[in-house]
Design a protein around this ligand. Structure first.
Ligand code: ADP
Ligand code: ASP
Ligand code: MG
Length: 437
């Protein structure tokens, strides 16, 4: 019979320094009797720093080693507080960094995304190695699992798609026997591997998704994401001071709000859990006793208004060069390319001679897409936009949100959702005129 297992995910903020790591260990102490799979992200903002290493290496500007050395120093400083000056963990962590140094000693790889994944993965590898060593040292024995041995993806680097059948098989073969052993399992979020054993990543903030993959494959009893907020709130508390906690959410509601930018959970996380009715708890690592938010199959409730903001949007206004109507064959051509470029379309609208797409402005994807269709279409790009999604809206809230903004696109979906693509009203300055004497 399969063991009942709980899956926990600890993000960068919960592991950002020695005090934070000790706090996580404190939380784990109260779950000693449980079978836990613990998915960890890179510590603090390590992934951002590693992205800088990749950029520097690609630009051949001689800074890559310098930035990597800073990252190493930060990790060793954390280790010194956790382990003292000597511990076998140092060699293990060093080995992981050496693999990155080998990549940096080579010429930058022509496939940027491939090179990115081979470098950036070290953040999760070292944080999981440190967590494993520390938990074990303080009497919470853990087994370290390489998530890449379990999660198989396609070979689209930086956005690997999970190959579910094989991943489930591997979980059965590799993880289930580990669960029969004493102690917790510690593994990495965010990373997987291709059939040829190249490391892939699942997309930024993807560790939540990793936890959901493990939960699905292991039929977890429940999954908990530990955050620096009391649970899922009605809006991002960094932006809205009056955001309040939602005690319960349906999977459907959680999918809607995270897909459109509520940064508290990675959008891909919910579906695998919903498919197996695995409850998801979002709890505070600062106040672990707090109830948090329970996301489950619960019937739809009366929700308060919920706001999600997604910055970095680009609006592509596409029109035919010969002013013919935007017909079915045009749309089908455009959609095929949207899929090929993996653009996330957040809103779209078409009129007789133009077609508008609002997509996440990631790297130079929108420019490459525009260049690709430029022989057939005229494309205007409007950047620096924000997508505002309001579920269970009230008119006065919408009016508040529109203040100081120009609304470029707006859509109402039934009577539950309003979406707006907005930009700031440019501040008009009076022309400086010479003062009359
Ligand atoms: P992690 O450490 O797991 O990576 P994140 O920093 O990615 O955590 O996510 C937590 C942050 O998400 C919170 O600090 C909060 O500012 C932000 N956030 C955005 N929208 C919401 C929301 N609706 N409810 C709660 N937190 C939100
Ligand atoms: N460390 C990765 C990131 O910062 C994954 C994650 O934290 O979920 O994007
Ligand atoms: Mg995060």
């Amino acid at each position: 019979m399969k063991q009942t297992v709980k899956v926990f995910k600890f993000g960068g903020a919960s592991l950002k320094d020695p005090t934070a790591i000790k706090n996580v260990a404190g939380i784990l102490q109260s779950y000693k009797k449980e079978k836990l799979v613990i998915v960890v992200s890179a510590m603090g903002k390590t992934t951002n720093a590693l992205e800088k290493v990749v950029e520097a290496h690609a630009a051949r500007n001689g800074k890559a080693f310098e930035i990597l050395n800073e990252i190493k120093a930060q990790h060793y400083q954390i280790m010194e507080e956790l382990f003292g000056k000597e511990d076998e963990a140092y060699a293990v962590v060093n080995d992981a960094f050496v693999e990155v140094e080998w990549v940096l000693e080579e010429e930058p790889h022509e496939n940027y995304d491939y090179m990115y994944d081979q470098i950036v993965c070290v953040g999760e590898l070292v944080s999981s190695k440190i967590a494993h060593a520390y938990f074990t040292k303080i009497g919470l024995p853990t087994q370290w699992l390489d998530a890449r041995d379990v999660i198989l993806t396609d070979d689209i680097f930086r956005e690997g798609w999970v190959q579910w059948e094989e991943t489930m098989d591997r979980a059965e073969r590799i993880v289930v026997p580990m669960l029969a052993e004493p102690g917790f399992i510690v593994t990495q979020g965010f990373i997987g591997s291709t059939t040829e054993n190249f490391t892939t990543t699942l997309g930024r903030e993807g560790s939540d998704y990793t936890a959901a993959i493990f939960s699905f494959c292991l039929d977890a009893q429940d999954m908990t994401i530990w955050k620096d907020v009391p649970g899922v709130l009605t809006a991002d508390p960094r932006v809205f001071e009056n955001a309040t906690k939602l005690d319960r959410l349906s999977y459907k509601e959680a999918i809607e709000m995270t897909y459109y930018g509520a940064k508290v959970i990675h959008p891909k996380t919910i579906k695998p859990l919903q498919n197996k009715s695995i409850p998801l708890l979002v709890k505070s690592f600062i106040n672990p006793e707090g109830e948090g938010t329970l996301i489950s199959n619960e019937v739809e409730d009366a929700y308060p208004p919920i706001v999600a903001l997604e910055p970095n949007q680009v609006l592509l206004q596409i029109s035919t060069r010969d002013f013919s109507f935007v017909a079915e064959h045009h749309i089908s051509y455009l959609f095929n390319l949207v899929a090929e470029f993996r653009l996330q379309v957040n809103m779209m609208q078409n009129s007789a001679i133009s077609f508008s797409l609002c997509v996440n402005d990631v790297d130079d994807k929108a420019d490459r897409f525009a260049a690709r269709i430029s022989d057939k279409f005229k494309v205007m790009l409007d950047r620096g936009l924000e997508l505002i999604t309001v579920r269970h809206y009230q008119e006065d809230l919408l009016n508040n949100l529109r203040r100081g903004k120009i609304v470029l696109l707006e859509e109402r979906i039934k009577d539950t959702t309003v979406q707006m693509v907005v930009k700031d009203v440019p501040v008009m300055r009076r022309r400086q005129t010479a003062q009359p004497n």
